[in-house]
Design a protein around this ligand. Structure first.
Ligand code: GLA
Length: 731
């Protein structure tokens, strides 16, 4: 059994094939954390349990005055506010007395096969025999709060998940000020680095690694979405960890709203990692008997460097987070008209693009922003989700019939959560937008955010989307979201519930997404938020692909896709070939390179194909054929990042290896040309004992030669040039 309880020592041991996570019901029934890392044997559990000297100045109430125990020094399993553990707290509950002191102790536990669903929220899932769960019930004897800690281990994957349920089991109301979904105390973080993914519009998920310092390092969002600025991901790794060696602990929050992720190092070099809903702007009221469910955190330990950690996240998300038919089904190559036409299109222009696209091997036309209401610029009509028949003569039905008749699928853009100031919807229902009494509403991209905590707003949106969906044969929706939230209040909620709006918004969004997917189970949903502003695991539960960034330049995309791949699989990353000079950065790159980079994602095009020369069209035709040829190894294979685009900013390389290690695909891109005689790239992930044929050169070399000596690139490639090499094992 992957999860064991040892009654004598009162120790819980949660094992995967490669990891152990150990904690104990310790002094006075407090839960004490003992260990997380590479697998340890069951024989030494006694050794792992420990005492910590109580310093005279460490606060402890009389009944816990014990010379070997101090909540402020010991490693606690789930830290509480204001009762002696003065490091970052996981839980803070405001009692009806107005005081926020919180203190929980162990009551009971259950261990069972499988993984419970988190009702109404996205989470990883497991089939029969794929996971085991531990629930630990704790109680605060003073406030009457009951707290259940959930732990699930995916034994074969080296991953585990956690979430929390808080129940008001008292007779008085209470308010949750802060509830983290995971807390992990490390006993030695002296030589650890802190990794996170920061960014901005057009520059999402930049990788940053720096020594963990004393004090708290944190990333967060209070924008209402997980955001471009910081991804809900952090990792701690040993200072000597590399891409393929060393220890890495990754934490990723399955939530698309405000979050906090922090690591706090104390003077002894211990560290506490916390991850959960951002307490700023959050206060959740619980009447007696009510419960609150804090979202899931995924925790991955790898002894094989960052690459090892990423591959565990990728497998987990591909197989236990993405759902529905599109989890397995091959994604269609799409052509999106946004960068081809922006708002200036009609049905003939779209048909013309689709016709050319179909001839080249593209399988779906996506009609982007501008098809509804009076939407000819970004300044109007969001919320008015009816077709603009002046633009699309004959309506959506006619257009989709023509596209379908070509043999192509049809997809459409929506930005359901928004309303334009200039829209029929806002004129009719100004109170449907998020707002705070007497406070001017901030505008961004000339739009407001609808209050998704309101059932009437969600019903309206569902009906609008349903009408459109039922009027034509629509295979795909791109679900966009283009601004942060401000003045976050709801006209429907009473004052002591207003700080719940951020989270209620997110729950409302989940409900609407689920409703749409239930009504249209074959729909392929692609998430988008001004590019990749909501690229998080919560979205991947609904949408198996997410538009990675509005920056479509192949060279900029190297960094963006590299950073995104730190925890998200390439099968979820929207990546398109766009026009040159690139619309975002003005750079011109070869069409081959644009294709090679976009192929490390859910492949598509975003340019006016009718303007391509015959020679360029031939390249596109070849790329579409390659996409099918390499689909399996790219989408279901393991990713090995070989050369980081940030290392010296001259080149970047990565490869995919099939699970059986019989096939591999290497992509190499030159960011800035340098003169050299011969250049070697060492491959990774191959079987050292197998021979591989390089399909491009015909050369046969063994796996160990390719991995240790490397593959030689004899010619000097020019700026932005790239090469792809396909390796097949020979028997
Ligand atoms: C956002 C998206 C783009 C495009 C535009 C349309 O910026 O990220 O891909 O859909 O909106 O307005």
């Amino acid at each position: 059994m992957p999860i064991q309880f040892y009654p004598e020592q009162k120790i819980f041991k949660l094992d995967t094939k490669t990891t152990s996570y150990v904690f104990q019901v310790g002094f006075y029934d407090y839960l004490m954390h003992l260990y997380y890392g590479a697998k340890v044997s069951d024989a030494d559990l006694e050794y792992l349990s420990y005492t910590c000297p109580h310093a005279s100045h460490s606060p402890n109430v009389e009944h816990v005055l014990h010379k070997n125990f101090s909540k402020d020094i010991c490693r606690m399993e789930y830290s509480c506010n204001g009762c002696g553990d003065l490091r970052g707290s996981s839980l803070s509950i405001l009692r009806s007395t107005g005081t926020p002191d919180t203190d929980i102790i162990y009551v009971s536990h259950k261990i069972y096969n499988g993984k419970p669903k988190i009702v109404g929220q996205p989470a990883t899932y497991a089939g029969e025999g794929e996971a085991t769960t531990l629930e630990v019930l704790c109680r605060d004897p003073v406030s009457g709060a009951e707290v259940t800690l959930f732990y699930t281990v995916f034994e074969n994957l080296g991953a585990m998940t956690r979430h929390i349920i808080v129940r008001n089991a008292s007779e008085q109301p209470m308010d949750i000020q802060r509830v983290m979904s995971a807390c992990v105390d490390f006993h030695d973080a002296n030589d650890m680095d802190f990794i996170h993914l920061f960014g901005n519009w057009g520059k999402e998920r930049m990788f940053e690694r720096a020594p963990l310092l004393h004090g708290t390092q944190s990333v967060s969002s209070k924008r209402g979405l997980s955001s471009h600025a910081h991804n809900p991901f952090i990792a701690l790794c040993s200072r000597n960890a590399t891409e393929e060696t060393g220890e890495v602990y990754g934490f990723n929050f399955v939530y698309t709203g405000n979050f906090l992720a922090s690591a706090e190092m104390d003077s002894d070099g211990g560290a506490r990692v916390l991850m959960g809903i951002n307490p700023e702007g959050f206060l959740w009221h619980l009447d007696p008997g009510e419960t609150f469910v804090a979202p899931e955190v995924v925790m991955v330990y790898s002894g094989q460097g960052l690459g090892g950690m990423s591959r565990i996240f990728h497998r987990l998300y591909r197989n236990h987070l993405c759902r529905g038919p599109w989890k397995q089904k091959k994604r269609p190559i799409l052509i999106n008209n946004w960068e081809a036409t922006y708002f200036k299109f009609d049905e003939e222009k779209l048909y013309e693009i689709a016709k050319t696209a179909f001839e080249l091997g593209i399988e779906m036309l996506v009609m982007d922003d501008g098809w509804f209401g009076t939407r000819d610029t970004a300044h109007s009509a969001l919320g008015d989700w009816y077709v603009n028949e002046t633009k699309l003569k004959g309506g959506l039905g006619k257009l989709t019939e023509r596209i379908n008749a070509l043999g192509m699928k049809f997809g459409i853009w929506f930005e359901p959560e928004m309303v334009s100031r200039d829209s029929d919807l806002f004129r009719a229902h100004p109170d449907w937008a998020l707002q705070s009494p007497n406070r001017p509403m901030s505008i961004a991209r000339d739009q407001y955010v609808l209050d998704m905590s309101r059932p009437d707003v969600r019903d309206y949106l569902f009906d609008c989307i349903k009408k459109v969906m039922d009027s034509a044969n629509i295979a795909y929706i791109k679900w966009d979201f283009n601004r942060s939230m401000t003045e976050v209040g709801s006209a429907l909620l009473v004052s002591n519930r207003q700080q719940e709006v951020f989270h209620r918004y997110v729950l409302g969004l989940y409900e609407l997404l689920e409703r749409i997917l239930t009504a249209y189970p074959n729909l392929l949903l692609e998430g988008c938020a001004s590019g990749g502003g909501r690229f998080d695991p919560a979205w991947l539960y609904y949408a198996p692909q997410f538009w990675t960034s509005d920056d479509t330049d192949a060279i900029e995309r190297l960094g963006i896709q590299y950073g995104t791949s730190i925890c998200y699989p390439v099968s979820t990353m929207g990546a398109h070939v766009s026009a040159c000079p690139n619309h975002q950065v003005g750079r011109s790159t070869p069409l081959q390179t644009r294709g090679n980079v976009a192929m490390a994602g859910t492949f598509g095009y975003e340019l006016d194909l009718t303007k391509l020369s015959d020679e360029q069209k031939e390249i596109v035709r070849q790329q579409c054929a390659d996409y099918h040829k390499y689909y399996d190894v790219i989408h279901n294979g393991d990713l090995y990042r070989l050369i980081s685009p940030w290392k010296d900013r001259t080149r970047c390389a990565w490869m995919f290896v099939s699970e059986d290690r019989r096939e591999a695909l290497l992509t190499y891109v030159v960011m800035r040309c340098e003169i050299y005689q011969r250049y070697y790239i060492r491959l990774a992930g191959l079987d050292p004992n197998k021979q591989y044929r390089n399909e491009q050169t015909g050369q046969i070399l063994s796996g160990d030669t390719l991995m240790n000596a490397g593959i030689c690139i004899p010619e000097v490639l020019r700026d932005f040039d790239s090469r792809v090499f396909h390796f097949i094992a020979v028997d």
